[in-house]
Ligand binder design. Sequence first.
Ligand SMILES: [Zn+2]
Ligand SMILES: [Zn+2]
Length: 167
Amino acid sequence: MLINLSKYLSSDDMLFIFEGKFIIDDEEFLEKTHLNKAILFNGEFFKVEDSILLTGIVKYSYEETCARCLTEFENTSEVKFEAVVGKNLEKDDESDEIKLAIVDGCVNLDETIKQMIYLSMPMKAICSKDCKGICPNCGVNLNIEKCKCENNITDPRFDKLKNLLKD
Ligand SMILES: [Zn+2]
Ligand SMILES: [Zn+2]
């Protein structure tokens, strides 16, 4: 994921907008994350004094297992990040700012994007907000079939009634 900034660097333009599809070429990463290797990257580079501020948005999709019904589905997510891009960046271990070096007029976003995806992947996801899940009693996927178990009565009024009966 190299972005060539040569033209932008030698121009008077303050802003450079980059949008493109990237392929993540890292078998191990793809296997670990179940990521769809094609991701969308949208970056805004902005000149500030002697460095450049990058605001990037990464959109990605991956194979996910629904936390409610355990069905596999493709989930999409996005993550926004900021980085400082420059030729002579000072090392500062104290700050958690992302710093990216310009080498031969290009900036390499591979590691940053992978890290951002990894950190932003949701812990839990559901296939749809209407997912009915599986019956805790008989294990049937309630999106596909109905069962006759009592546990499926999810009307909150019944819950209240149940609690009353408990006391
Ligand atoms: Zn589901
Ligand atoms: Zn059931």
